[in-house]
Design a protein around this ligand. Structure first.
Ligand SMILES: Cc1cc2nc3c(=O)[nH]c(=O)nc-3n(C[C@H](O)[C@H](O)[C@H](O)COP(=O)(O)OP(=O)(O)OC[C@H]3O[C@@H](n4cnc5c(N)ncnc54)[C@H](O)[C@@H]3O)c2cc1C
Ligand code: SF4
Length: 576
């Protein structure tokens, strides 16, 4: 069976729509950008009623059916930027608990040791446990109440250019069948011609990737590095964990060669006695063994006695996965150019030492809004004006926070022990003695099977598919069922594989098809095919995709490109 991939349809007229600002992606960064812009316009209009600015042509595009549905995070909220954006937010924001207790454990296979003190980056007293899904929905309500239109179910599928200037965004075509042909309900995407395009797509944004490639934006930066977080939400009997209790773990099931760790956040549903546990494992996408499976890592983690005890008698209620950028300050691309700005995780504003990015996403969105506002006032959205966003980030507390941890993740390149030592040094010397420690892309660490022990060696307990007992541990399909993922079935594959011969001829032999392992949603399968050179051929289940972006990041030949499927499809992370 030949795979048919989504690609632009020829000879289609795209209706045009003018816009002042279009924000692609309605997560914390995009929503904060829209809200701050609205506040600045309101303020301007009150002071200058003779020359008002309109909000009518400011749009947020969000590929999910509903705001927040594709947002997945831990999540603990550091409220710093929200205090600036919405003073008094405490009385109305959906905050599940205030953190009052935190601890860090080091796990061995069966034992655990609590660190005598919680390392400063992981001290969370005063932060809030939130559901990012509910939080983003709440922000979306504010954006709409402010008079800004959010187009949900619309993905940005291409950037529009005039010369080297970004002039807008094309939204996804709807009603395209599996053969890439128009169906009777076909609707072409819109060409939204905008003065300013703000990219707020989250990690490894697909338009951001196009822009980075077109202008070679990472040429003198450290390559971005990533982790993938696999999360389950559990209801557990009351008393197991307090609302507002936070636990981080290091060590098992990872060995000293992999980077990552787990979080456990406690909260409580209003009106329920049960505790809610947000539990997840972030595995650095720079591991060596291509058979390693991050969903399996989480299942093995839950079998540790400490975690088994926490979850016993409980019930898993939701599942999801998402990648996050780890690279930090040196992996930020240039943030603005002619007609464009990049904010939030799309740029890489995440403090990986703290596992926190929401507050930085919000702050970067606010700063971009201030620059966009100036561009509208001056009718100039060239890099001369939008470039000020770069400077405002560099003079803001974003830089103060990210600078001391600029070499944090690089410190782990020689394993966990060296990494912890480096992290301590950096804590003392505000980033370590060296200004910039270089790094390389994580997928380059993947080793061919021939270099690895056939039985998996010390990593054996994390390799290949997890079986699951259906109570404490789950296979991928059972977990996936709890992500609420749905897509239109009759559409072309949105995972573009540049050359499937590489999958069937080389990857299957050299790396054992790691896409089957790193994808947390069983999208990739090597199926038996006696006509294929190695008896196996790549097959896709794109409707399973939870939009985590791991395949776009981690495939060893860099031949997979994730593009948005028809808008509205994807996971349903209600309550996550
Ligand atoms: C497992 C995990 C745990 C984390 N834990 C924490 C934590 O506890 N605390 C914390 O502060 N941070 C945490 N983070 C990081 C935090 O979630 C992110 O930094 C933050 O969500 C970034 O916000 P954003 O708006 O940039 O991106 P996102 O939250 O990813 O939002 C992007 C939005 O854009 C939409 N979108 C993407 N592409 C398109 C397109 N082409 N067209 C239209 N829409 C598009 C998406 O559907 C999504 O709604 C965690 C991240 C992960 C993955
Ligand atoms: S296909 Fe790619 S983006 Fe989709 S769930 Fe699998 S790894 Fe994630």
């Amino acid at each position: 069976m030949t795979l048919i991939f989504r690609k632009p349809l020829p000879n289609v007229e795209h209706p045009e729509m003018p816009a002042d600002v279009v924000i692609v992606g309605g997560g914390p960064a995009g929503m904060a950008c829209a809200l701050r812009l609205s506040q600045l316009i309101d303020d301007h209009n009150a002071r200058h009623p003779e020359s008002p600015l309109s909000k009518e042509n400011i749009y947020v595009l969000e590929k999910a059916r509903e705001a927040g549905q594709h947002c997945l995070s831990g999540a603990l909220l550091d409220p710093r930027s929200l205090k600036e954006l919405l003073p008094g937010f405490e009385s109305e924001a959906p905050l599940d608990a205030v953190v009052h207790k935190d601890a860090v454990y080091f796990l061995t296979r069966t034992g655990h040791y609590q660190l005598p003190i919680t390392p400063p980056p992981l001290r969370d007293h005063g932060n809030y446990v939130i559901s990012i899904n509910r939080f983003v929905k709440w922000l979306a309500g504010k954006v709409e109440a402010a008079g800004i239109t959010i187009f949900t179910g619309f993905a940005g599928s291409e950037l529009l250019y005039e010369g080297n200037r970004v002039t807008g965004v094309r939204t996804d075509d709807k009603g395209v069948d599996k053969q890439n042909q128009q169906k009777s309900n076909f609707e072409p995407g819109y060409d939204i011609k905008a003065k300013v395009v703000v990219l707020a797509e989250g990690t490894r944004g697909s338009l951001t990737k196009q822009l980075i490639q077109k202008f070679d934006l990472m040429k003198d930066r450290n390559p971005q590095t990533y982790g993938v977080g696999v999360k389950e939400l559990w209801e557990v009997p009351s008393g197991r964990i307090q609302a507002g209790e936070v636990i981080y773990t290091m060590g098992y099931p990872l060995t000293t060669k992999e980077y990552g760790g787990a979080w456990i956040y406690g909260s409580q549903n209003p009106g329920s006695k049960d505790n809610i546990v947000s539990l997840g494992f972030v595995t650095g996408l720079d591991y060596r063994d291509p058979r390693l499976d991050p969903q399996h890592v989480l299942q093995t983690f839950k079998q540790h006695p400490l975690i088994t005890k926490l979850l016993a008698g409980g019930k898993m209620i939701r599942y999801g996965a998402k990648a996050l950028p780890y690279g930090g300050w040196w992996s930020l691309p240039p943030l603005a150019g002619d007609g464009w700005m990049i904010i939030g995780d799309s740029a890489g504003f995440l403090n990986s030492a703290r596992l926190k990015g929401i507050h930085l996403a919000i702050k970067s969105g606010m700063l971009a809004a201030e620059t966009a506002f100036e561009a509208l006032l001056k009718s100039d959205s060239s890099s001369a004006t939008l470039g000020k966003f770069q400077r405002s980030v560099e003079t803001s507390w974003i830089k103060n926070e990210l600078w001391p941890v600029r070499n944090f993740h690089q410190g782990f390149k020689n394993g966990m022990v060296a990494g912890v030592f480096n992290a301590a040094l950096q804590e003392i010397f505000r980033g370590g003695p060296r200004n910039r420690v270089p790094s390389h892309a994580g997928h380059e660490n993947l080793q061919p099977l021939a270099n690895l022990p056939a039985d998996g060696g010390p990593e054996a307990h994390m390799l290949g598919p997890a079986k699951g007992d259906g109570k404490l541990t789950f296979d991928k399909l059972t977990d996936l069922y709890h992500s609420g993922t749905k897509h239109e079935e009759d559409q072309p594959a949105h995972l573009l594989i540049q050359d499937t011969n590489i999958c069937n001829e080389r990857c299957v032999k050299e790396f054992g098809s790691p896409c089957q392992n790193f994808c947390p949603a069983n999208v990739y399968e090597m199926v038996d095919d006696e006509t294929a050179p190695n008896g196996k051929r790549i097959s896709l289940n794109p409707t399973n995709c939870v939009h985590c972006k791991t395949c776009d990041i981690q495939d060893p030949y860099q031949i997979i490109t994730w593009v948005p499927p028809e808008g509205g499809g994807g996971p349903n992370y209600d309550g996550m």
